[in-house]
Design a protein around this ligand. Structure first.
Ligand SMILES: NC(=O)c1cnc(N)c2cc(Br)sc12
Length: 320
């Protein structure tokens, strides 16, 4: 039987967690801060103080777990239940029209979903009954590294979903350009080797054994694929992305459904021009057949799905 004081502490911790998670979602998923950093830090300090005093109320999904625990000795290996395939590439309009022709020959009329190809690190996230239980790198597509503790420090990664669902999600962890520039400035001041680009910086941060390093690197993540979507009764990729939004994930808002390859080509042109205005690096556009029934008809090779293609932007001429 809990006494009144214990009951009050439990209630106080629950309220703090709810407030922190609400502000965390607004700031890191919606990019719409709802309180100042100082107020947010004060709430977190209070929560961590109470959890120190009453560890029986500290749970793995507590927002206090985002600051990073003790360093690991090594990363455990994780075997992906469903291999993480890579995308075949298209480099010009002809490649895209060939893709479209082949798809239409096999499945008839089709609509595509176009998305920005984020220049980061592909990761797989497993949730059980709504709780984040494991995150892993792609590795060789079949076996990756368990980087759960590091991924927990990414503020836009939900530790607990808005529905109690068991789901596997793929996404791209990345470092926003501003964080990259600040990090390299700091490394330059300390005489450390600089990261060549945000992708290397994100990969380097997530492969640190000390989660506190990852927590200091202001990483972010876009979710872009539901592995067990059909099991969850979802019929298309666009519906899967909307479902990820409902669950509390951060998805990329620039996605667009395209009815024709000409629409795809104008989406590509639009984002090739607007690329520099984005706060993160992209290296192309991902085009996917939307309907899962048609994806299944098209299937996959050992390496890549036949229902998707990545258009790579031409390498930029380096202005010397
Ligand atoms: N939206 C997407 O599907 C997406 C975005 N960015 C990426 N780097 C990748 C990689 C694969 Br494989 S899919 C994908």
């Amino acid at each position: 039987m809990k006494n009144v004081a214990q009951h009050d502490v439990e209630k106080q911790i629950a309220e703090l967690r709810e407030q922190i998670e609400k502000h965390n979602y607004a700031y890191y998923v919606l990019d719409q801060p709802s309180i100042s950093d100082a107020e947010y830090d004060e709430l977190m300090r209070k929560l961590m103080e109470l959890e120190e005093q009453y560890p029986q109320y500290k749970t793995p999904d507590s927002p206090s777990q985002r600051v990073g625990g003790a360093p690991l000795e090594a990363f455990r290996k994780v075997t992906h239940r469903v291999p993480m395939l890579s995308l075949s590439n298209a480099f010009n309009e002809g490649d895209l029209r060939d893709f479209d022709r082949r798809v239409r020959q096999e499945v008839g009329d089709v609509r595509y979903v176009c998305e920005l190809k984020i220049d980061g690190l592909a990761v797989s996230l497993r949730y059980e009954d709504g709780y984040f239980v494991q995150g892993a790198t792609r590795g060789d597509g079949t076996t990756g590294e368990d980087i759960t503790e590091n991924l927990k420090t990414i503020r836009s990664l939900p530790l607990r979903l808005r529905q109690q669902v068991t789901i596997e999600v793929r996404g791209e962890a990345y470092m926003p350009r501003k964080s990259f520039e600040k990090l390299n400035e700091k490394r330059k001041m300390n005489g450390e080797e600089l990261f060549a680009n945000p992708r290397n910086a994100a990969a380097g941060s997530l492969r640190q054994l000390d989660p506190k390093v990852a927590a200091s690197r202001q990483l972010d993540i876009f979710a872009y694929h539901v592995v067990n979507a059909e099991e969850l009764g979802i019929l298309s990729h666009s519906a899967a992305l909307n479902y990820l939004d409902e669950l509390g994930f951060k998805t990329n808002p620039a996605r667009q459904v395209c009815e024709t390859i000409d629409d795809v080509l104008s989406y590509i042109e639009q984002w090739h021009e607007r690329r520099a205005s984005l706060p993160y690096d992209i290296d192309g556009i991902v085009i996917k057949v939307d309907a899962f029934a048609q994806q299944k008809q098209l299937g996959a090779t050992a390496k890549s799905p036949r229902w998707a293609i990545a258009y790579k932007f031409p390498a930029e001429e380096v202005v010397t």
